[in-house]
Design a protein. Structure first.
Length: 263
C-alpha cells in the first residue's frame, strides 16, 4: 500500500515535471507520454535483472563454499593441508608484494609468522582431538562414527527474504548503476528526478516475494475503470496507456490504478 502511494505521487509530481521538460525540449504530447512510460518499464526490467543476478550469484557462491569444503576434506590430511597452506602463504607474500628480487620485507615477515603461528595452533589443537595411547586408539575404532553430511544448500527463498529486508538500503546503489549506464549531460534534466524515483519504486517491486508487476492492456481492449483512471477524455476502448497499473503480483490485486487514454 505504501509503495502504491509513492507510485501515485510519482505520477502527480515527478512525471508531470518530466513531461513538461520533454515538451519544452521539442517533443509532442504523445511522444513525451510514451517516453516516460517506456522509461518506467525499462527501469523495471533493469531492476528485475539485477535482483535475479544478485540472487543467482549469491546462491552459487554459497554452494561453491560447500563444494570447496568437500574437495579439501575429501583426501587431504591435516598435515598436507598445513604444508600446502605454508607454500601458498610463501608464494603469496613473495610474488604478490615483494620486490623484484623476491626478498621479504620486515612487515611481510611478521605477517607470515603470525599466519603460520595461527596455523600451528590450529594443528596442535586438532592433534589433541586424537587418543594419546595406542590402546585408546584401538578402542576408538569400535565406537560408532558420526559424519557430517554436507549437501548443496538451496537458499533462494532465504536470500529473497534477506534481499527484501535490506532492499531500501540498496536503492542508491541500483540508482547509481542505472544512471552510470544510461545518463549523460545531454539528457533533459527534468527527467533525472523522475528516473531516480522510478528506480526506487521498481526496485522495491522486484524484491517482493512474489514479485510485484505492471499491467499494460493492449490498444482496443475494453476500459476497466477498476484498474485505470482516464487521461483527458472518456471512452469505452483503450487508445494508449499513459501510466501502467501496479499489481500485487501477476494476476494479483490492484495496488495502484494506472492512467489510460480511451478512444
Amino acid at each position: 500500500t505504501k509503495l502504491g502511494e509513492v507510485y501515485s505521487e510519482l505520477y502527480d509530481n515527478e512525471w508531470t515535471n518530466a513531461f513538461d521538460g520533454l515538451i519544452r525540449s521539442g517533443y509532442d504530447e504523445l511522444e513525451a507520454i510514451q517516453t516516460l512510460k517506456l522509461t518506467l518499464l525499462n527501469i523495471y526490467d533493469f531492476c528485475g535483472k539485477k535482483a535475479e543476478t544478485m540472487l543467482t550469484q549469491t546462491e552459487e557462491a554459497v554452494n561453491c563454499l560447500f563444494k570447496e569444503y568437500k574437495m579439501l576434506t575429501g583426501k587431504k590430511s591435516i598435515r598436507t593441508s598445513y604444508s600446502y597452506t605454508f607454500v601458498a602463504l610463501s608464494l603469496l607474500f613473495n610474488f604478490k608484494n615483494a620486490r623484484p628480487h623476491l626478498t621479504v620485507t620486515r612487515n611481510q615477515s611478521r605477517e607470515i609468522r603470525r599466519s603460520l603461528n595461527k596455523l600451528m595452533q590450529e594443528y596442535l589443537l586438532q592433534s589433541k582431538w586424537k587418543p594419546k595411547t595406542p590402546a585408546a586408539a584401538a578402542d576408538r575404532k569400535l565406537e560408532p562414527t558420526y559424519d557430517v553430511k554436507i549437501q548443496p544448500v538451496y537458499v533462494t527463498d532465504k536470500l529473497k527474504k534477506l534481499q527484501k529486508e535490506m532492499s531500501e538500503s540498496m536503492v542508491p546503489v541500483v540508482q547509481m548503476a542505472y544512471l552510470e549506464a544510461s545518463w549523460d549531460s545531454g539528457c533533459v534534466e527534468e527527467l533525472k528526478p523522475f528516473i531516480i524515483k522510478c528506480i526506487y519504486v521498481c526496485w522495491m517491486m522486484v524484491v517482493q516475494n512474489p514479485q510485484m508487476c505492471f499491467f499494460v492492456p493492449k490498444s482496443g481492449t475494453d476500459v476497466n475503470t477498476s484498474m485505470f483512471k482516464t487521461y483527458t477524455r472518456s471512452g469505452k476502448a483503450v487508445d494508449f496507456i499513459v501510466w501502467p497499473v501496479i499489481m500485487l503480483h501477476e494476476k494479483g490485486s490492484v495496488v495502484c490504478k494506472g492512467v489510460l487514454q480511451p478512444k
